[in-house]
Unconditional design. Structure first.
Length: 176
């Protein structure tokens, strides 16, 4: 979609940004072209980012969301309490041999496994969120740049109108 810039686009870049079109980075050129064509720059970056996620990425995001929830914490606390009660009160208290007696080495192994699996999954989700945030920041920059260019163009237009009014006033004073 990179078309050669028109003279109007080059003039707009020179007039508004005080820089040549060819000296602009690609992102700024894109914005200048959209301004010159009176097209919107804003778009829903989040939905396009979400649609591009793979099954594994969606799964890791769900696991990270669940792993960072009160539901997970409460279920895990309930599992700990049940594990400890079964091994201390129900089995050992009834004279049977506990499958994981006190210091709960098997429980520690399971906790270590959960942490070892959950940590990289959460990091993958955080890395994806950081990439999404960078994309959103880039898009925000483009929208802000377009708004700034439009405001500058409006100021320029207002200055031209004010200049024309002053010239008419001076003419009418000279004539009258």
């Amino acid at each position: 979609m990179n078309h050669p810039p028109t003279d109007a686009v080059k003039m707009l870049a020179r007039r508004i940004l005080d820089i040549g079109y060819d000296d602009l980075p690609a992102r700024e050129r894109h914005v200048i072209e959209r301004v010159a064509k009176r097209l919107a720059v804003s778009r829903d970056v989040s939905s396009s980012f979400e649609e591009a996620r793979s099954f594994g990425e969606r799964l890791s995001d769900r696991i990270a969301a669940f792993g960072g929830s009160w539901t997970f914490i409460l279920l895990f606390a309930g599992a700990f309490i049940a594990w400890i009660l079964v091994n201390t009160v129900f089995l050992a208290g009834a004279g049977r041999e506990a499958f994981d007696p006190y210091p709960f080495i098997l429980l520690n192994l399971f906790l270590s496994l959960v942490a070892a699996i959950q940590a990289p999954i959460i990091m993958m989700s955080q890395n994806r969120q950081a990439a999404k945030d960078r994309l959103q920041a880039s898009h925000d920059y483009e929208v802000n740049l377009k708004a700034e260019i439009e405001i500058m163009a409006l100021h320029e237009k207002m200055d031209e109108l004010r200049q024309q009014d002053l010239q008419q006033l001076l003419r009418s004073i000279r004539e009258g």
